[in-house]
Design a protein around this ligand. Structure first.
Ligand code: PHE
Length: 471
């Protein structure tokens, strides 16, 4: 092991904010509200909350404890624990490497929209075709992506405590205040349409929070369950080595159980607030049909909502994109940090040099992803039936395919090869109590591997294939 002093977070709060910074990202803002609207409102929320504190908790504990106990990154951690399992570190490393190629492209889109609202052109952003014409243009998406990546790389370049932790300490409270502000505003909305019918933000709140059991058959229930599970993965940034890296920066005296509980809570709370902010606003102006998923929610539907709000909507739009930019930056910092830290381990290079090199490599790969919307445009049908371009393909392979696969292997490894005690001992280091220990052991050995296997088969399209065969 190297003799250099290992970087670390200053204490528990620094770790919680940085890890929550990684966890809170576009997943909370554009994916969670959409899923809640699609999957029966409060029903989805209940299932999600139940799963975060059982299933999400198990994955988060596993990653962070591996990191802190081995004091190294995914690429080496698994091999250090058990030489035969070194391969799992390699597969895990693939995920942030793939995500990095497109995350800064999305970050660039957000920066562009913030710029649009800053320059008082928010009404333009609400025009049909604005988003498509921007992402298909040759230079602009690349320029904004480079800007976004430069900020990310600068934070990573500045180090764990002076860069990542300090950045999270400033940005996370800001993000929190902004999102609460917009959520409150969204609940006070009231609109009367041409036929005199009135829709209010509070009615939107009911749509969001009240569980809707209409048409919930067993197979529909399974679908909601799988939606919630894959959302939790992505949202908590687990099974991709990121939380292993962040765990390796946590000092031994930190009470891990408590800190991880705070991270789970924070991530879920922000997701719930994002729903509170988005669903009533979309509902008031466009009804429940207005909810779209992913990029189109954020870059097409919401600008239209802001435009409907009139002049004040331009300010709300500005605040909204500033908030999303904060959320995305802290996430992309965690991805780049993971790549840099892993490479520093292997090549024994300095942080500054490694950040620069990985920054340049990421920039080059992100340019290719930007070109996926013009020069390299194609339409591919994914196993889940969606039409994909280059960015979606990278997203699908990393999130839907690799992540459940890695989790499955990690559960087998921890639950059956090294045994859960290995993790529990780390959670109880320095005499702290591991609150949900029994739950953890049952989950990691029995429940999570089964869930992961089902999720993996679904993402690989096996269920869809079986359905069509049986028809
Ligand atoms: N957890 C982030 C979110 O919810 C997404 C993310 C994925 C961040 C991978 C870092 C790495 O949006």
């Amino acid at each position: 092991m190297n003799t250099k002093k290992k970087s670390s977070f200053s204490g528990s709060l620094g770790f919680v904010l940085a890890a929550a910074g990684s966890a809170v990202g576009v997943g909370n803002i554009w994916r969670f509200p959409y899923l809640a609207a699609k999957d029966g409102g409060g029903l989805f929320i209940l299932i999600y909350i139940a799963l975060v504190f059982t299933f999400g908790f198990t994955l988060l504990v596993t990653d962070v404890a591996i990191g802190r106990r081995t004091k190294t990154n995914a690429l080496q951690a698994f091999g250090v624990i058990h030489p035969k399992w070194k391969f799992l570190g390699y597969i895990t490393f693939l995920v942030p490497a793939m995500i990095m190629t497109y995350y800064s492209v999305i970050g660039g889109w957000i920066a562009k929209y913030l710029f649009t609202y800053l320059t008082m052109n928010g009404q333009e952003a609400a025009q049909d075709g604005y988003f498509t014409s921007f992402i298909t243009s040759k230079a602009a998406p690349i320029v904004f992506m480079l800007l976004f990546l430069a900020v990310t790389a600068f934070v990573v370049y500045s180090g764990v405590e002076k860069g990542i932790e300090r950045f999270a300490r400033i940005v996370m409270p800001g993000l929190f205040l902004l999102i609460i502000g917009i959520a409150v505003y969204s609940l006070t909305l009231r609109v009367e349409d041409g036929n005199g019918s009135v829709r209010t933000g509070l009615q939107g709140l009911v749509v969001y929070l009240i569980p809707n059991f209409d048409g919930v058959t067993p197979s529909r229930f399974l679908e909601i369950l799988l939606d919630a599970m894959s959302q939790i993965f992505f949202s908590l940034s687990v099974s991709m080595g990121i939380m292993i890296t962040y765990g390796s920066y946590v000092k031994k005296e930190v009470n891990l159980g408590r800190s991880l509980g705070q991270i789970e809570f924070f991530d879920t709370f922000v997701a719930l607030l994002a729903g509170l902010m988005i669903i009533p606003a979309v509902y008031v102006f466009f009804g429940t049909e207005g909810m779209a998923s992913g990029p189109s929610l954020m870059f097409i539907s919401l600008p239209k909502v802001f435009a409907e709000m009139g002049a004040f909507g331009m300010i709300i739009g500005l605040v909204f994109f500033l908030m999303v930019l904060f959320a995305t930056l802290t996430s992309s910092v965690s991805i780049l940090e993971t790549l840099v830290a892993n490479c520093m381990d292997i090549f024994h290079t300095t942080r500054k040099k490694t950040s620069l090199v990985i920054g340049v490599v990421s920039a080059a790969s992100s340019v290719v992803i930007c070109m996926g919307y013009n020069v390299l445009y194609f339409e591919l049908t994914l196993p889940n039936g969606q039409t994909a371009q280059l960015l979606d393909v990278m997203d699908y392979i990393s999130n839907s395919f690799l992540m459940p696969f890695i989790s499955l292997l990690t559960c087998i490894f921890v639950g059956w090869v090294i045994k859960p005690k290995w993790i529990c001992d780390e959670m109880e280091a320095s005499g702290h109590k591991f609150g949900r220990k029994k739950l953890y052991i049952v989950m990691i050995r029995y429940v999570v591997p089964v869930m992961m296997a089902v999720l993996f088969l679904q993402s690989a399209g096996v269920f869809t294939m079986l359905k069509s065969l049986l028809r």
